[in-house]
Design a binder for this molecule. Structure first.
Ligand code: NAD
Length: 265
């Protein structure tokens, strides 16, 4: 890469806290950020996933710092930031990838389902970002990247609460961007379409649905976690210092429209 391009996209000297970073998409993003020069602090709920990603980092000679916290309260979010600060004393980039889903028709959703999905997908994003903001402000700026979803724009059966939390994250992206622009903190989101991970296994591990995906997604396939790397990298790199409050859809063309042409087998 030319020196000019690396100055725009390098993360050298930056510390990145990746929440939910040992999940499927998180692992791809964490590794890419480390390869782009960042000191990556990977958070996850699962010690097993953290250990798996640590082995992957060590095989590539990349520095790994893992922190296990259940982001089930505002206090837990503050604790994560305090622990992360013990690594390098700064946080330049925060990525919020923590997320869960419980797929059920609206009439079967319990209060427990509602509370856990909103707590992980929205409340923790809100309070973790809020806990990081004073750190970034004191450092002179930073970048926050939320993982929203295509379902912030269109919904599908059985994901009513999930879709609403992701629409809330997209809205929060605008509010945080606006309130924190004066602190030189850029806040953006990615809205991925269908990514082939364990998270979506119930959707693609089924003959009817896998045929439906091939027809429905203009790109003709689900995304893989690596398809999210370039957008993520560009939204946390120096190159994007004038982009804030935006949500970028990465969906293989789903939102571009539908087809009237009869599909051939
Ligand atoms: N896979 C997709 O198709 C898709 C599409 C759109 C958006 N997304 C979003 O991207 C993000 C990552 O998705 P993924 O497919 O990699 O899923 P994943 O399940 O592999 O990753 C999510 C991570 O969140 C962590 N997590 C769950 N509950 C937590 C809690 N209480 N506290 C802290 N961490 C917790 C999990 O341990 C997991 O590692 C999610 O926010 C998801 O909603 C995924």
């Amino acid at each position: 890469m030319s020196q000019y391009l690396s100055s725009l996209f390098s993360l050298a000297g930056k510390t990145a806290l990746i929440a939910g970073g040992a999940g499927a998409i998180g692992s791809a993003i964490s590794e890419a950020f480390a390869k782009a020069g960042a000191r990556v602090i990977v958070h996850d709920l699962s010690n097993e996933r953290l250990a798996g990603l640590q082995a992957r980092f060590e095989a590539e000679n990349l520095l790994f710092d893992g922190i296990q916290v259940d982001l089930d309260s505002a206090v837990a979010c503050n604790n994560l930031v305090e622990k992360a600060l013990q690594v390098t004393g700064r946080i330049d980039i925060l990525v919020n990838l923590q997320g869960i889903n419980r797929r059920k028709p609206i009439v079967d959703v319990t209060q427990d389902d509602f509370d856990i999905i909103t707590s992980v997908n929205f409340r923790s994003v809100y309070f973790l970002s809020r806990a990081v903001q004073p750190v970034m402000k004191a450092q002179g700026g930073g970048k926050i990247l939320h993982f929203s979803s295509l379902s912030a724009n269109i919904s599908f059966d059985t994901i009513s609460v999930y879709a609403a939390t992701k629409a809330a994250v997209t809205s929060l992206t605008r509010s945080m961007a606006h309130e924190w622009a004066g602190d030189n903190i850029q806040v953006n989101a990615i809205e991925p379409g269908f990514v082939q991970t364990e998270f979506t296994r119930p959707l693609w591990d089924d003959e009817y649905r896998s045929r439906w995906f091939a027809d429905y997604i203009p790109a003709g396939r689900l995304a893989v976690p690596e398809d999210l790397i370039t957008t993520s990298l560009s939204l946390v790199a120096p190159a994007s210092c004038y982009i804030t409050g935006r949500s970028v859809v990465v969906d293989g063309g789903v939102l571009s429209g539908d087809s009237w042409v009869e599909k051939q087998d």
